[in-house]
Design a protein around this ligand. Structure first.
Ligand code: HEC
Length: 119
């Protein structure tokens, strides 16, 4: 949006002060419940923060990100099994990848993200 001051390079101080006033009375942005939910960390963000350390390179035989061979038989177990493994822990993986501060939904979205990287 062009402000009046920009449209008129001579820039009357009148136009500027009007602009300032209208900005100061602009309503504060309202965050709806829906927006607050999408503000929860995305699967990709959770992955980078909590899962990357093992799943990027396959530490302790962790299935590697985007590696179909590592994942194929696990994917066959179904998403529910994989969610449960990620939430409760399994073999070399602690519950929630060792990040109890993550919500269950964040962990599930990280699993979705990881599975989504397979081709
Ligand atoms: C300390 C290393 C480590 C971290 C951190 C880690 N994982 Fe794992 N993960 C593993 C290992 C090792 C396995 C393979 C376990 C096995 O032998 O089945 C695994 C397996 C999995 C599986 C497959 C489970 C199955 O049922 O086959 C999923 C899904 C998974 N991890 C998700 C996650 C998510 C999501 C995170 C981050 C919140 C995470 N992991 C963090 C080590 C880790």
């Amino acid at each position: 949006m062009k402000t009046q001051a920009e449209a008129d390079p001579s820039g009357s101080s009148q136009a500027q002060s009007t602009e300032q006033v209208s900005e100061s009375v602009a309503p504060a942005p309202v965050v709806t419940a829906e927006e607050a939910q999408t503000a929860a960390r995305s699967g990709a963000e959770v992955y980078r923060a909590a899962c990357f350390a093992c799943h990027e390179t396959g530490v302790a035989r962790a299935p590697r990100l985007g590696n179909n061979e590592d994942w194929s038989y696990r994917v066959n177990y179904g998403m529910d099994t994989m969610y449960r493994s990620a939430l409760k822990g399994r073999a070399g993986m602690p519950a929630k990848g060792g990040h109890p501060e993550l919500s269950d939904d964040e962990v599930r979205s990280a699993v979705d993200y990881m599975v989504g990287q397979l081709k």
